[in-house]
Design a protein around this ligand. Structure first.
Ligand code: HEC
Length: 244
């Protein structure tokens, strides 16, 4: 009688292969820890406060409307040039809403042409921000944050790199002895979390609230990866299957 087909489990692999798997998983675990520390070092304090906060993430991807050059200028030294105080709110609101060109043509250009462009034009003062046309104004009204090319660059490196790591971790994790339905879902979770994380970078660029999704999906990826690593290490060395 033919034996039923059985997939490989940790009890089927050699000790050398277990050792190789173990050093690989431990190295990946250490690398992930370093990546976390690196993330704190590079992104903390953007909001002026030490430590990594959701506000730091918002500023990194979305930018901060409070920190535009135009916003601080009309809140500060350029304010006296405004003929009407109420125009300050109009300009700040426009910056807050993303400094779009339609709003510029409608509400902003008339104010600037009246109060600002006699100094702020390239003929008069080439060293000052040129406020005579949208592109010049947009340059100082830009809220910062990540640029699209920068996000594309980081995400392609991230996706290539992490996909390999998750694949190898998952390949080892598949040797665990556990409910197959749980396992099928467990191998997919870190990939989904990674894709959601990268996608939410792009969305956060436009919608600041998505910074929470960046954090949660990043945490989910780390957590699911960690569970796969720990469970694999445990089963590899300490678990004896009762069936065999
Ligand atoms: C009398 C001339 C004059 C007028 C009118 C004027 N500015 Fe200025 N503006 C300047 C000068 C000079 C500077 C450079 C100040 C400095 O670098 O200390 C400047 C700087 C700026 C800057 C750049 C600040 C930075 O980050 O370097 C912005 C933005 C700005 N002005 C906006 C405006 C707006 C908006 C108005 C109209 C409400 C306006 N300015 C009206 C002369 C003017």
């Amino acid at each position: 009688m033919q034996a039923p087909h059985r997939y490989q489990r940790f009890c089927d692999i050699s000790t050398s292969e277990r050792i190789l798997n173990t050093v690989f998983l431990l190295t990946i675990g250490l690398a992930y820890l370093m990546a976390l520390i690196n993330m704190v070092y590079t992104h903390q304090g953007r909001d002026g406060k030490p430590g990594l906060s959701i506000e730091d993430i918002v500023i990194m991807y979305h930018g901060s409307n409070n920190q535009t050059r135009l916003g601080s200028a009309i809140n500060g030294i350029m304010e006296p040039n405004l003929k009407y105080k109420s125009d300050k709110e109009v300009i700040l609101k426009w910056i807050q809403e993303g400094a779009e060109e339609t709003g510029y043509q409608q509400d902003i250009a008339p104010i600037l042409n009246r109060d600002c462009t006699h100094c702020h034009n390239p003929g008069e003062n080439p060293s000052l921000p040129d406020l005579t046309h949208y592109a010049g104004v947009a340059e100082v009204a830009n809220a910062g944050g990540a640029t699209l090319p920068a996000l594309v660059r980081v995400s392609h490196i991230h996706l290539f790199g992490i996909a390999f790591i998750l694949y190898f971790i998952g390949k080892i994790f598949l040797l665990c002895d556990m409910n197959i339905y749980v396992k099928r879902i467990a191998v997919v979770i870190p990939f989904v979390a990674m894709l959601l994380d990268v996608l939410s970078w792009f969305i956060t660029k436009h919608v600041a609230q998505f910074a929470y999704v960046v954090v949660l999906s990043g945490a989910l990826m780390g957590l699911s990866m960690g569970v796969q690593i720990l469970l694999s290490l445990y089963q590899m060395w300490f678990y004896r299957n009762s069936r065999y």
